[in-house]
Design a protein around this ligand. Structure first.
Ligand code: F6R
Length: 241
């Protein structure tokens, strides 16, 4: 694992977008792992800008998102299906059939988890995985625990994650309590990982993930063992390093 510190969130986004675009230039049919939440939004805006400038072509790219809430309709404005269309897919030339998110409304969520991991394997595995990080150092929705789960699975969201997600919903009762998430194995198997963290509220999680011991209680610390994991940080997120 390596980290780079930039002056501000806009520079982090530019650096992340350049790494994504260079991946796609090298391999036009790259398989990208994508995240939702606030952290990657400036990077997605930069990717849209580079696409519109004729620098990036996503026509052969395949994507797999990390996670989706359970039991929230895909058309709901807070669903990750909606988020991805709105923040990225509708603005670039990726064929929508090349984009994948787990189905949090599947009647059999265990079978959906197996199907999702098989689809990633069939696509040849993830070339480049984009991640954010939770205040409790979760990645995807792999929450701190005594043991981490390898494959895609249903995750019970921790109180701090439910609180962090509250800002997107009208009322606390509306915030989903569960999500279907790619497991730690899926993330660790990606050839390259880019973790984006900006803002002072992520400083403690970043410090524990980079300087602390590897522990399932700090899920992002597992990336210390990944040979191609890059943390792209602004000064505020890197403050405690
Ligand atoms: C989202 C995801 C989460 C977020 C994390 C940070 O797909 O997997 O791990 O990346 O909760 O969220 P933000 O960026 O909103 O602070």
């Amino acid at each position: 694992m390596q980290f780079r510190v930039f002056d501000n969130a806009s520079q982090v986004a530019q650096a992340a977008a350049l790494l994504v675009v260079s991946q796609v230039l090298r391999k036009p049919d790259s398989v990208l792992g994508l995240a939702t939440g606030s952290s990657p939004v400036p990077t997605y805006r930069e990717l849209i800008r580079l696409y519109k400038a004729g620098v990036a072509d996503f026509s052969k790219v395949v994507t797999f998102n990390l996670d989706e809430y359970c039991h929230l309709p895909q058309e709901h404005p807070c669903s990750y299906h909606y988020f991805m269309r709105h923040e990225l897919f509708d603005h670039i030339n990726i064929p929508i059939e090349n984009t994948h998110l787990p189905d949090g409304n599947a009647t059999d969520l265990d079978a959906e988890s197996v199907r999702y991991d098989a689809a990633i394997a069939d696509a040849g595995g993830i070339d480049l995985q984009i991640l954010g990080i939770g205040h409790n150092a979760h990645i995807g929705f792999n929450e701190p625990a005594d043991t981490l789960v390898f494959g895609t699975h249903v995750s019970d969201l921790s109180p701090s994650t439910i609180q962090a997600n509250r800002r997107f919903f009208d009322q606390e009762e509306d915030v989903p309590r569960q999500a279907l998430t790619m497991g730690m194995g899926g993330i660790m198997r990606a050839s390259c990982v880019l973790l984006i963290a900006t803002g002072q509220d992520k400083a403690q999680a970043i410090y524990e993930s980079i300087r602390g011991e590897m522990s399932p209680r700090v899920p992002a610390s597992m990336l210390q063992a990944h040979p191609q994991a890059f943390f792209l940080l602004d000064r505020k997120a890197a403050k405690l390093l």
